[in-house]
Design a protein around this ligand. Structure first.
Ligand code: 1HE
Length: 265
């Protein structure tokens, strides 16, 4: 069903809900979903105002490309202070994606470049169709990443690969994206959304507290020293296992009512 209220008023996004899964589609295909000030603000608004019963989000792009990155027509005429504030606005929006209420799956096709790759890197899981390709044309445009790319992208593909992309304009295809840690799942063209929704439904079937811990505790723990990380892990584990849902799930397994772990092809 289409979104209502505040979310329905976001004209550069197409937001719809199917049970626990909310879909957020960048909807500016004539400009290849380039992210202008309005779109970044609408992404921020959408992610802090997700419907209360949403348990997972799927982000995708309308048209032939996921996202062409920053809207270059808006880059002109910003002084240094304005440029810092602009970048900080992207940080706030993409933080709302990464550290919001529920996990986010990006479904990628066509160009996933510049700020589009920064948005994809803010999501917890990335699905790429055959057509997807990854670039950081900031180098060619005479600018630098400003949407969190220097923090998030090296954590996926490594600093050396990102440096190469930015210095030489190297573009990676979907297979390289998978090999280099950017892409979790690969599909044929036209099948990414179904895969993303299936994954979102799996996530929605798990305990929300576990999903929250994975989203919020894990990326922070990996940045900590080992002693702080282990201590934080213990606190998070204690909180997660003391929820009624965890107790129910543990009992269900012990009574033979829950699925076993099975090998997947
Ligand atoms: C745009 C943008 C854009 C398309 N800003 N208008 N990003 C880039 O450097 C990527 C620039 N875009 C491209 O390389 C290509 O457009 C694509 C490979 C993404 C798609 O190619 P194609 O042939 O399908 O489309 P097109 O004909 O190039 O573009 C269609 C229209 O979208 C055209 O406008 P029109 O009015 O002439 O129809 C393009 O001008 C427009 N368009 N991309 C503005 N990016 C927080 S810092 C982040 C820094 C960055 O992201 S830098 C990377 C910017």
């Amino acid at each position: 069903v289409p979104a209502t209220g505040l979310l329905a008023g976001l004209d550069l996004l197409q937001i719809s809900q199917s049970g626990p899964v909310t879909q957020v589609r960048l909807n500016r295909p004539a400009k290849r979903n380039a992210i202008n000030d309005t779109l970044v603000a609408q992404l921020h608004t959408a992610f802090v105002n997700l419907p209360a019963d949403t348990r997972a989000v799927v982000v995708s792009g309308a048209g032939d490309h996921f996202c062409a990155g920053l809207d270059l027509s808006e880059l002109v005429e910003r002084d240094i202070h304005g440029a810092i504030l602009h970048s900080r606005g992207w940080h706030a929006a993409f933080d709302a994606v990464q550290f919001g209420k529920v996990p986010v799956i990006a479904v990628l096709h066509g160009a996933v470049v510049g700020g589009g790759l920064e948005l994809a890197a803010s999501c917890q899981i990335r699905v790429a169709e055959d057509s997807a390709y990854f670039g950081l044309p900031e180098g060619q445009r005479g600018i630098f990443v400003g949407g969190g790319g220097s923090v998030r992208i090296p954590r996926l593909m490594g600093t050396a690969r990102m440096t190469d992309m930015m210095l030489t304009g190297r573009v990676f295809d979907a297979d390289q994206g998978e090999r280099y840690g950017v892409v979790n799942y690969r599909t044929a063209d036209g099948e990414g959304l179904a895969k993303g929704i299936a994954l979102a439904r799996k996530i929605a079937g798990n305990a929300p507290m576990t999903a929250f811990a994975v989203m919020h505790a894990l990326p922070r723990i990996v940045e900590m020293g080992p002693a702080e990380g282990l201590f934080t892990e213990s606190l998070m584990a204690a909180a997660a296992s003391n929820t009624p849902e965890a107790q129910d799930r543990l009992r269900a397994f012990l009574e033979g009512r829950a699925g076993k772990v099975v090998k997947q092809s």
